[in-house]
Design a protein around this ligand. Structure first.
Ligand SMILES: O=c1[nH]cnc2c1ncn2[C@@H]1O[C@H](CO)[C@@H](O)[C@H]1O
Length: 320
């Protein structure tokens, strides 16, 4: 049998994070070797609590949780937390009891660098929140970029409007300086932006099907999905929700679900377009040296088989 792809999920759970984690745990193609936490949908301490809680729900307390940064890479403490998307507890205002377990002693950055160096070329990092931990790992360990198999990140709005404002997508907006470090690091990067995840919609009808299933994860998701559906209805007038994080996990599970282009990406870190991701396809030879000129190439997803992603997510939640 082919060796399972080892993944570390860097996460800010989050309703779609919860779904993504469950899908990953139900996917025989990957082995989840740890979760690292970050602020974004909730503050980092709550992200850790929710990560531990979700692993307890899944009966997978063997998987370690390492807590990540509480501040941006520039030590910024004014964080933008998306509690209006996920509820104040991050999990649909269900106020679940606190987890019994605790995070490991190691920080997220220590865990990431240790695991990536322990299994050179064999660990994929799937980043579902702002990129602070990943940028810190890159900066603290010169071997990280060389040894990480791939960094698959949910972030950016490539040639479309953002979801925080017309310029910026939420994860990149959360720490644009960190994002620019990651995009220009030279690591094998696959970015899944909202230009792609907005093509993956779980409808009201799909949710009804989940509710009828006796699958453990399907049942749990139906408990917490209300707030997420309400937000999408109010913000987009859609009868359904975008599956940002599950799509990103499935890009690791089955790369044939997406197509991508290659080029270099820079992130705007100041001004009204702070958080903007700008892709350069390297086709035009500019007269001037630009801020993109000598930057490494990354992969940016452009299409996704939306119905196949939704189908796979549903199957894996229902068969649990
Ligand atoms: O309007 C929003 N503001 C902040 N975060 C959002 C919004 N919409 C979705 N997400 C969250 O950010 C990631 C995708 O950008 C997803 O994790 C999603 O849950």
């Amino acid at each position: 049998m082919e060796e399972r792809k080892k993944i570390i999920i860097d996460t800010d759970p989050g309703i779609d994070d919860a779904m993504a984690i469950f899908v990953a745990l139900q996917s025989p193609e990957v082995e989840v070797i740890g979760l690292t936490t970050i602020y974004g949908n909730v503050y980092t301490a709550l992200a850790t609590r929710n990560a531990l809680h979700l692993l307890e729900i899944a009966g997978r307390t063997d998987i370690p949780v390492a807590e990540g940064s509480h501040v941006t890479i520039t030590k910024g403490t004014k964080l933008r937390i998306a509690d209006f998307v996920h509820g104040t507890d991050g999990l649909g205002n269900q106020n679940f009891p606190p987890p019994e377990g605790a995070q490991i002693e190691q920080s997220a950055v220590e865990f990431l660098t240790e695991q990536v160096n322990l299994h050179p070329g064999k660990v994929t990092v799937v980043a579902l929140g702002p990129l602070t931990n990943i940028a810190l790992a890159i900066e603290s360990d010169p071997d990280f970029v060389k040894n990480v198999q791939q960094i698959i990140l949910l972030g950016g709005a490539f040639s479309v409007n953002g979801n925080v404002n017309p310029a910026a997508e939420a994860n990149i907006f959360g720490d644009p300086d960190a994002a620019d470090i990651v995009f220009t690091s030279g690591a094998d990067i696959l970015a899944i932006g909202i230009n792609v995840t907005h093509q993956v919609v779980l409808t009201d009808a799909d949710r009804d099907k989940l509710a009828e299933s006796s699958g453990k994860f399907a049942q749990y998701m139906c408990k917490i999905l209300d707030v997420y559906f309400g937000y999408h209805h109010d913000a987009y007038s859609t009868k359904g929700v975008y599956l940002h994080d599950p799509t990103t996990i499935l890009a690791a599970v089955d790369p044939s679900l997406i197509t991508y282009v290659e080029g270099s990406v820079r992130v705007q870190t100041v001004g009204i377009t702070r958080g903007l991701t700008l892709f350069y396809n390297k086709q035009k030879r500019f007269e001037e040296v630009t801020e993109w000129s000598d930057k490494p190439t990354v992969k940016v997803a452009v299409t996704v088989n939306g119905p196949a992603v939704v189908k796979l997510v549903m199957e894996r939640l229902m068969n649990s």
